[in-house]
Design a protein around this ligand. Structure first.
Ligand code: PEP
Ligand code: MN
Length: 375
């Protein structure tokens, strides 16, 4: 009896030692996997090579002396391979120009005298489309009176149907520019065609890339060649990583003034136009230093939940929201179900404790001059 207890203790000691040797080998293996990952990342190679995995498993099975079955050994090694793939995937994200580790914290984007991402909650508000000088002036005047500085309005509209209102084009941009000057506002407007770039640079303060164009690499490169702030919206069928890769096109050209925008993704849920991915916002804040705003209008497609969505966006760490506001949404020429009227917008500001326009103005010139513009 005593002898078998001694043997048990001895075997357990051996198992403990083997565990540590396996661990040591796993650590060594992981280190080599990371080196391989670094080589792949710089050569823009893919990390996962299924044929290499098959070859490794075949070799391992040949050398299996038992007592574990081949099936068990294959299962165990597949787990090791999976863990390695996870390591290289993390590495791939960490090597992006937008990765948070490069800056440590959110890098603000300066839009004239306004800063997005410096801890203040930015409101980008305005109509879906610029429909007339009168309509845009009415919204702009009301927004300016409430301390909003960034006003949106589409002049080139990405409509699903070619028969729907396409926007006023250049005339719309001119209206936006003149009205913005009148009220001391900055204009955010969507650019769809790289050929319009000079026009937008003249009239607009933030170049918006819409959901439908998130993957349009010539357009991304074209705005990347400018120094204008870019508001990049997530494609309705794009992953968080694909959004970051789209941002990479802009950053690679030298334009570091990129603001990301979550605007909902398509799911099976019919009660909202899209599904607002709040987890995606939290992940973007965790993984990148770029400011992130949430479009509470296009994500929901309805106005009745604007306040809870705006609160949720703020709670999850967003740097601001985009919201569509129209003097008379019922007759809006696009997105009439989701735009807030001026009173509803006021209620939204009250709910967010931003009604005191001083809080929206707090980051004007004084702070702007103290904040470094991201390099
Ligand atoms: C918009 O903001 O005007 C717009 C068309 O939104 P999205 O690109 O997100 O659909
Ligand atoms: Mn719209």
């Amino acid at each position: 009896m005593l002898e078998s207890t001694d043997r048990l203790v001895e075997f357990r000691k051996q198992i403990d030692q083997i565990n540590l040797r396996i661990l040591d080998l796993l650590c060594q293996r992981g280190g080599i996997v990371q080196e391989i990952g670094r080589i792949h990342a710089t050569h823009e190679d893919q990390f996962f090579h299924p044929e290499r995995e098959t070859a490794m498993l075949a070799e391992i099975v040949i050398h299996n002396r038992g007592p574990y079955s081949d099936e068990t050994i294959v299962h165990l090694f597949k787990e090791i391979f999976k863990a390695s793939l996870h390591l290289t995937e993390q590495l791939r994200v960490q090597q992006l120009l937008s990765h948070r580790s490069r800056a440590g914290q959110t890098q603000p984007v300066q839009v004239q005298d306004w800063i997005v991402g410096n801890g203040n909650f930015t409101i980008v508000a305005g109509p879906c489309s610029i429909e007339s000088r009168e309509q845009f002036t009415r919204v702009a005047e009301a927004l300016a009176g409430q301390g909003v500085r960034l006003v949106r309005g589409g002049a080139f509209k990405p409509r699903t149907s070619p028969y729907a209102f396409q926007g006023l084009g250049e005339a719309g941009l001119r209206i936006a520019h003149e009205v913005a000057q009148q009220f001391g506002l900055m204009i955010v407007s969507e650019i769809m065609d790289p050929r319009d770039r000079d026009l937008f640079i003249e009239y607009v303060d933030v170049l918006q890339i819409g959901a439908r164009n998130m993957c349009n690499s010539p357009l991304l490169r074209a705005v990347g060649e400018t120094t204008k702030p870019v508001l990049l919206k997530r494609g309705m069928m794009s992953t968080v990583e694909e959004l970051l890769l789209a941002a990479e096109y802009i950053l690679l050209q030298g334009n570091r003034n990129v603001i990301l925008c979550e605007r909902g993704i398509r799911t099976f849920e019919p009660w909202t136009r899209n599904t607002l991915d709040l987890a995606g916002v939290a992940l973007l804040k965790q993984e990148t230093y770029l400011p992130v705003i949430v479009d509470i209008s296009h994500s929901a497609g309805r106005r009745d939940i604007a306040i809870p969505l705006a609160r949720a966006a703020r709670a999850v760490g967003a740097d601001g929201i985009m919201v569509e506001v129209h003097p008379n949404p019922a007759v809006a020429r696009s997105d009439n179900k989701q735009q807030l009227d001026l009173e509803q917008f006021k209620q939204l500001l009250i709910a967010l404790d931003l009604m005191d326009s001083a809080s929206l103005r707090a980051v004007e010139v004084g702070e702007a001059s103290r904040q470094a513009v991201p390099a």
